[in-house]
Design a protein. Structure first.
Lengths: 253, 348
């Protein structure tokens, strides 16, 4: 579904991404992990055409560079780490923005768009909030609203940049469970992730980035090794495996 | 059934019916006040009957004397209509600049557009021998306005994005001061041909004619319709350039289009009425406070309320120290500057 080949991103003279390659299959959830500044966010931003890049990026077999903005937005829904959420917009109005790629330049939303938004809000238990202002919602509710906007976009691919930062433990789990459940409806997910234990629990596959390049790739129990985490994070950790997954526990030096 | 209910909960607040009626009533009321108030007072009924009397084949008796009729239709009516056109345009242009620059303080005057348009028009009069009601005047004005807003934007961006709202306005003030200096230089150099330019630059409708209305109207109509049609996309821009892009919007193209539309309309308005500040701030922000912050409400209501607002401001300008007249820019600044202070305090 997503193919990145030898991706290069340069920022103000430094290489943020250097020759990054990954394939994400349909309905798969791949997470990018790595220390701060490893280039995880740059990979996502390049893929949705927000920053110039070298190498090849294609989605559903189509070169990202040859797609128009609108076409790309119908294939990829992007949720940035700190989305701008104008406090005075209502939940319904904000979610309707997700319909933009399906609307003509000067068109206004029609019945189908309202239905798509109603479905997205219902899916995320947000219908009772439809007419509430974003300013009156909590962090966890806001995160759900952003996801609702992305769902309303009706794109087969969802890119999430740190979807759980600023959420408490319970909300983190809720959001990740929700995303996992959405995949059952045919959604391919590529996300970045700070929390390694949660990454180990939810990802099908992990890609560890360091200084702009992939240094390890595979299922969580392969990638999340004490050796990898010590080498690339400079962290002392204990990694515990059980039937349900992998747990990364920081240890005091 | 549940699906239908869910769908009903999903709506974008546009302009609700009561607000639509209220805004319409405000404009009609302002027009009647504008037409009726003056050295010769004319009632609303008489205005309506006289208007009908001018419609052929209706055979309505005109209640006004020949002189009063001329005062009403040849002096006051073009003045009131021109004020309405200019007011609506400046307000809708202000709302558009606020949206594309993500800046609550943007206003045609503060961005330097008005000064650039004024200078463009002055140069055309001074060197191009274009008349005050010439068709070319708005064009010269447009070129000046566009150059000014481009200068302001580039200067504001180069000054840093930390206090983006403030730096854009400071850049606008800088551009305005520079252009005003050039303006004054050209004026002094051509003091004989530009005698009336000074009073025009202060802003006013005292020389309004149907000819001016005819020159300004097409520009204003095209610009304001273009901006009103983009009201939904202005809402999309409110999530920032990057997210708007990821939603499929070609942000640079949209910004260029809206800036050109707002500047063309502002230029035509400035060419006819001089520099009038703060309409583009007072009107959209009042609507944000009272109705909704969505551009779906702010843009269309700004057009209607802005028109009524400037007609009333013009009534004040010509009656407060009657028989003398105040420049209308003085009236709008008198109300606008304190209002601007409030917006400045509430916007972070």
């Amino acid at each position: 579904m997503i193919e990145l080949r030898d991706l290069q991103v340069r920022f103000a003279g430094t290489d943020a991404v250097r020759g990054f390659t990954v394939d994400v299959a349909a309905d798969e959830w791949v997470m990018l992990i790595g220390p701060n500044g490893a280039g995880k966010t740059s990979v996502l931003r390049a893929l949705c055409g927000l920053i110039p890049f070298g190498g090849d990026a294609s989605v559903d077999g189509r070169d990202v560079r040859t797609l128009k903005r609108r076409e790309l937005a119908r294939l990829i829904a992007f949720v940035p780490q700190s989305p701008v959420m104008p406090p005075e917009l209502t939940v319904a109005e904000y979610t309707l923005l997700g319909r933009t790629p399906h609307l003509g330049h000067l068109a206004v939303e029609g019945r189908r768009d309202r239905q798509a938004v109603a479905r997205a809000l219902e899916r995320l238990d947000l219908l009772p909030f439809a007419e509430r202002g974003l300013g009156s919602l909590s962090g966890g509710e806001l995160q759900r609203v952003v996801l609702a906007r992305a769902l309303a976009q009706d794109a087969p691919i969802l890119l999430l940049d740190e979807p759980t930062t600023s959420l408490d433990l319970g909300r983190q789990q809720q959001v990740l469970e929700l995303i996992d459940a959405l995949r059952a409806e045919g959604l391919t997910v590529l996300s970045t992730m700070h929390d390694l234990t949660l990454a180990g629990q939810y990802a099908d596959r992990l890609v560890l980035l360091d200084r702009g390049a992939a240094v390890a790739e595979g299922v969580p129990r392969e990638v999340l090794s004490t050796a990898n985490l010590s080498a690339y994070y400079g962290a002392d950790v204990r990694v515990v495996h059980d039937d349900d997954g992998v747990y990364v526990l920081p240890q005091r030096r | 059934m549940a699906a239908l209910e869910a769908e009903a909960a999903v709506r974008a607040r546009g302009v609700s019916r009561p607000w639509r009626l209220l805004a319409g009533a405000f404009l009609v009321g302002a027009l009647l006040v504008g037409l009726g108030v003056g050295p010769v007072g004319i009632g609303a009924g008489a205005i309506a009957e006289s208007a009908l009397a001018h419609v052929p084949f209706l055979h309505v008796h005109n209640p006004l004397s020949r002189l009063d009729d001329a005062v009403l239709w040849q002096i006051r009516a073009p003045r009131v209509v021109l004020a309405a056109i200019v007011g609506g345009m400046l307000a809708v242009a202000g709302s558009s600049y606020q949206g594309v620059f993500h800046n609550p303080l943007a206003d045609p005057y503060l961005l330097g557009v008005a000064a650039g348009s004024g200078l463009g028009a002055t140069l055309a009069i001074a060197y191009g021998h274009v008349g005050r009601t010439g068709w070319l005047l708005p064009l010269a004005s447009f070129v000046g306005g566009l150059a000014a807003v481009a200068g302001t934007y580039v200067l504001g961006r180069s000054a840093g994005t930390a206090r983006a709202a403030a730096s854009l306005v400071l850049a606008g003030v800088t551009v305005t001061l520079f252009l005003t200096a050039v303006q004054t230089f050209v004026q002094q150099q051509h003091s004989n041909t530009l005698r009336d330019v000074y009073s025009w630059i202060l802003g006013g409708f005292s020389t309004a004619s149907w000819g001016q209305v005819a020159v300004a109207a097409p520009y204003v109509a095209v610009s304001s319709v273009a901006i009103v049609l983009h009201r939904r996309l202005l809402d999309v821009l409110s999530v920032g350039d990057e997210e708007a892009s990821s939603l499929g919007v070609d942000v640079p193209r949209l910004r260029l289009l809206l800036v050109i539309a707002a500047t063309a309309g502002t230029a035509a308005a400035v060419a006819m009425s001089g520099l009038i500040a703060f309409v583009g701030i007072i009107v959209p922000h009042t609507i944000r406070l009272l109705v909704s912050t969505s551009y779906r409400a702010v843009v269309p209501l700004s057009l209607v309320v802005g028109a009524g607002f400037l007609v009333l401001a013009d009534v004040l300008a010509r009656t407060v120290i009657s028989p003398a007249e105040l420049p209308i820019g003085v009236v709008t600044a008198f109300f606008g500057a304190p209002f601007f202070a409030i917006v400045l305090r509430t916007s972070r």
